[in-house]
Design a protein around this ligand. Structure first.
Ligand SMILES: *Cc1c(COP(=O)(O)O)cnc(C)c1O
Length: 317
């Protein structure tokens, strides 16, 4: 298959994203409409927001004539999983630099990445902090050969070019859009594409207020001036990044039973939890049309079960 052909295949899969209308007596009582934009269904392996963050990066790697991409992530990273799958689909080799020296052979994320052809290298947490230094990258070039670099979490200008397109694929005219926030690349792209009557709420998956400055810097660097209003919500982290509470886990089970929408405990579960809590506290005015952006992350549920023994509702992928 020629590279151009596969490239187009990757970009055109499922251009219309399913948007599901949820129904529940509480929604009627509060007189709001709640929809979920299922980015988790955009592609079987290159799921969620990572599909959008990777597409123009891979296109750029190909345009620059690279044969390989290198990126970073934790051992259960959605970004590592999606990069391995997407790059394979467009015929690029991949290197994944993983935080933590010993790579667990039973880790489902890393097993998948390996089976997709990704070369994996585990490095210590100390080394990981130095990963963007030119000397480290030069060492990686000596070890693996030339590569196109995608940062940890995948956020750069090409990623934001992709996340700007997320809402254009939704048919819903919402008053409120909710999205989980990690590095903020998805939030930034959506902030760039909302209209003046819309409000974007970013639900931070991380503990602390540092994310506010990071987002401000990101919006400035990308010259994004939103037409609507944007707000970061930082009180739903449940203890911090990748931390969880029993309440969150029961909520994820409840959400599945009631709406048949699977969630992950790192990002989308915290966002949906925040939405339901804000709803109960009358944050949304009557007449609000709320859109939850389901950013995927369900591959991580298997690793979560492996780590904690807690089984989460996860459709077969
Ligand atoms: C990576 C990821 C996010 C965070 O996206 P950012 O653009 O880094 O803010 C949110 N949800 C899921 C499921 C993810 O995998």
């Amino acid at each position: 298959m020629s590279r151009n052909f596969v490239k187009i295949v990757l970009m055109l899969i499922r251009q219309s994203i399913p948007c599901e209308l949820l129904s529940h007596p509480v929604l009627d009582q509060k007189q709001v409409v709640l929809q979920v934009l299922r980015l988790d269904q955009v592609h079987p392996e290159v799921s969620g927001n990572k599909f959008f963050k990777l597409r123009y990066n891979l296109q750029e790697a190909i345009t620059q004539n690279h044969q390989q991409v290198l990126t970073f992530g934790g051992a259960y990273s959605n970004h590592i999983y999606a990069t391995a799958a997407a790059a394979k689909e467009v015929g690029l080799a991949t290197v994944g630099i993983i935080r933590g020296e010993s790579l667990d052979s039973k880790n489902p994320t890393l097993s998948f990445a390996k089976s997709a052809g990704m070369s994996l290298l585990g490095i210590s947490r100390t080394q990981y902090r130095e990963k963007n230094h030119p000397a480290f990258l030069e060492l990686m070039r000596q070890k693996f050969g030339d590569f196109y670099l995608i940062p940890e979490g995948g956020t750069n200008s090409f990623a934001i070019q992709g996340t700007r397109e997320i809402l254009s694929l939704s048919q819903s005219d919402s008053s409120h859009v909710l999205v989980p926030v990690g590095t903020g690349g998805t939030f930034a792209g959506i902030a760039a594409s909302i209209f003046s009557h819309q409000k974007l709420l970013g639900i931070s998956a991380l503990k602390g207020e540092g994310i506010r400055d990071e987002i401000t810097d990101l919006l400035r660097a990308e010259c994004i001036q939103t037409k609507g209003s944007i707000e970061l919500v930082t009180q739903y982290h449940q203890g911090g990044y990748a931390k969880w509470t029993a309440e969150l886990i029961s909520f994820i089970h409840w959400f599945w039973e009631v709406f048949k929408v699977p969630l992950d405990p790192i990002y989308t579960g915290k966002m949906a939890f925040a939405c339901w809590d804000l709803l109960k506290k009358n944050y949304f005015p009557p007449g609000a049309r709320i859109l939850l952006v389901h950013t995927g992350g369900l591959q991580g549920n298997r690793g979560f079960t492996q780590r904690t023994g807690i089984v989460l509702p996860t459709p077969v992928m």
